[in-house]
Design a protein around this ligand. Structure first.
Ligand code: S3P
Length: 178
């Protein structure tokens, strides 16, 4: 891993961060940390339930605490929920030893991937499509601005996205030819 840096995957819900992150950690043989999974495990409830019973503000506090606690982590793949980088304190913590990789997905693709999923509390609203568009429009510039690397995931499988990330971080090796 580049100078022991963490590879941090950021981006909107449905961009494939968790799936790609797992593949990447596997390929690089490094630890994998999914902030949302860690929160769910620690709080002993799903993110959806956490939002419902304790509210978004409380979720953000826990998210912030967990990211802070992992500031000194090294050589890991870390996946953040789509809203984590809206808090600049989280960006500061993640940047301490991490490379921010934005997995960019188009509106259509996100809409398609989110269809039928009910585990994203922010999208459990009447006008789901409108809400996705609104959030994406608001967040996209932020993701673009803070990213060290931007990967366009359009039309790519998680495996292909993982390989693109490998190339971008300079770890591209054609394993299949080894
Ligand atoms: C959120 C994204 C979710 C999760 C929570 C809030 C957001 O994670 O952290 O529901 O604000 O975009 P994913 O991006 O992994 O879906």
């Amino acid at each position: 891993m580049i100078e022991n840096k963490n590879i941090i995957l950021i981006g909107f819900m449905g961009a494939g961060k968790s799936h790609v992150g797992r593949l990447l950690a596997d390929r690089l043989s490094v630890p994998f940390l999914d902030i949302d999974n860690e929160i769910a495990e620690k709080e002993n409830m799903s993110i959806d339930e956490l939002f419902r019973t304790r509210g978004e503000e409380e979720f953000r506090k826990i998210e912030n605490r967990l990211i802070k606690q992992n500031e000194s982590r090294k050589s890991s793949v870390i996946v953040c929920g789509g809203g984590a980088v809206l808090d600049s304190r989280n960006i500061d913590s993640l940047r301490k030893n991490g490379l921010l990789v934005y997995l960019k997905a188009g509106e259509e693709e996100i809409l398609e991937r989110m269809t039928g999923l009910s585990d994203r509390p922010l999208l459990n609203v009447d006008d789901r499509v409108g809400e996705i568009k609104r959030l994406l429009c608001k967040r996209e510039p932020r993701y673009q601005e803070i990213a060290d690397i931007i990967i366009d995931t359009s039309g790519l499988s998680p495996e292909e996205v993982m390989k693109e990330v490998m190339v971008a971080i300079g770890k591209s090796r054609d394993k299949d030819k080894e």
